[in-house]
Design a protein around this ligand. Sequence first.
Ligand code: TPP
Ligand code: MG
Length: 595
Amino acid sequence: MAKTVGEFVCERLYAWGVRRVFGYPGDGINGILGGLQRFGTDKIAFIQVRHEEMAAFMASAYAKFSGELGVCLATSGPGASHLITGLYDARLDHMPVLALAGQQARAAVGGHYQQELDLVSMFKDVAGAFTQQASVPPQVRHLLDRAVRIALGERRVTAVIFPNDLQELPYEEPPRKHGTLHSGVGYSAPKVVPYEADLRRAADVLNAGKKVAILVGAGALQATDEVIAVAEKLGAGVAKALLGKAALPDDLPWVTGCIGLLGTKPSWDLMTGCDTLLMIGSGFPYSEFLPKEGAARGVQIDIDPGMLSIRYPMEVNLVGDSAETLRALLPLLVQKEDRSWRETIEKNVAAWWKEMDERAHVTAQPVNPQRVTWELSPRLPERAIITSDSGSCANWYARDIKIRRGMMCSLSGGLASMGAAVPYAIGAKFAHPDRPVIALVGDGAMQMNNMAELITVAKYWREWANPTWVVCVFNNQDLNQVTWEQRVMEGNPKFNASQQLPDVPYHRFAELIGLRGIYVDDPGMLAGAWEEALGAGQPVVLEVKTDPNVPPLPPHITLDQAKKFTSMLVKGDPEEKSTLLGTAKEVLSSVFSKE
Ligand SMILES: Cc1ncc(C[n+]2csc(CCOP(=O)(O)OP(=O)(O)O)c2C)c(N)n1
Ligand SMILES: [Mg+2]
């Protein structure tokens, strides 16, 4: 029997190197699933998720952690629309992800049919680089070839939509005649390096600087040695955008940690005190954390011209691969003899880590959330992968985890979506089954969708070479990050109707579905709990009852924000009687005293 279009799709994806697809079935996509069944799940594994959005998050995380194409699959209508948020996550973080979606039969399209959405229009923004709906079998080959090559080459999301009747038809190669396409498989990333003259202009700016600050992002993840060499030569300090947290280890004394709202005071001092800024592979969005316009000369390196000079007007804009460009730049740089700038940075960094230690040990009711990550950090196994959800835990992830060489970490950066940490941690395991994986998640995000995805973990963990997979839930019964934003940014007291969360026994839910559950409501138990979780030999939900009144404040607070905060205290907050007053005032005053 001739192979079907569905079988051909699998065969072609396999030829492109695709070995797993994250997805969920439905009658809109059953022809491709039937094709996969016949093609062989030993060649392309189907990872069954609980929700299509999670499949897209997993594909995004898989691309981030493996460096390969992530593929997700969904049925027509609601399955396809469920993919959207996860695809936007990949889009905003520049990840190559291919979405395969079903559609109603060709004869029904345009007929307000059940589960018929205008999918080309729907995907067109998120997968704007390439979205096409197949209409005849000979078209499928080039649609797939282009969708994969564009996703990989442009680091974009692409989508191919398949009407369900088309999936069942016999596959036909494009005939040799006018009006047909004859495409092929294969893509190799080029070496992208700026011209010598532009490198010289960049070197001139960097050599003239006396106080050089470097900011690295996800684009520098493969350039660790090169960034270290350049920073050493320039006597520079290096701050990290959240997605670039693993680009440099935190045990280097001149690495100031993360930058921005979730960042550190030494990163703030680095950026406000520098006279020259070198930005490498970062789309870090908040310009107010960079030097004031005109206060520093700037050089930027990015593989994507669209990301150049949009956060700070740079003097030299270099399009290039980070590692290759830095390697080419290095011989043009002059070793800075005056190390006083570097010494100041190192002093600031040492003081900051001491302050982090103190903040983690401030008494809270019952557990200080910062203590959770502080205790995890030295216990992180080699080569661990850490993911974080969006919420207050992202602050503790950004600030308290000392990343070491060989580790990986990520989160939903550009989109900053809730609900990504568990699917990210699952995607990480499929990319690196031999690495221990740890996810940090708030209770709101756990309730939103991460809990359901634990079922996916229960289904697959026995296939993973290393069974260590831990999700730590910060149970504070609050949408805490936003509660604090409402207080500090808006000057409003906590609004219980929108912020308070029901208490859920996450550790017991874990046990119900066959995972290990650990519960901690005493900071003294944390060290032992982490050790137990990391050595459990099976996936664990570590639930910690944390205090919502420990403020995840930005490293630098403006006077305006402080005034609003004070007015909130006057207006009255349901938590007024708690430790909020003490802790928040303490932290605020410590921030101001350093101004
Ligand atoms: C999908 C989505 N909805 C809403 C938000 C806005 N938001 C950001 S953090 C947050 C609170 C998260 O609460 P939780 O998961 O309990 O973590 P916590 O801040 O309490 O530690 C919300 C609502 C978001 N980022 N993503
Ligand atoms: Mg919470």
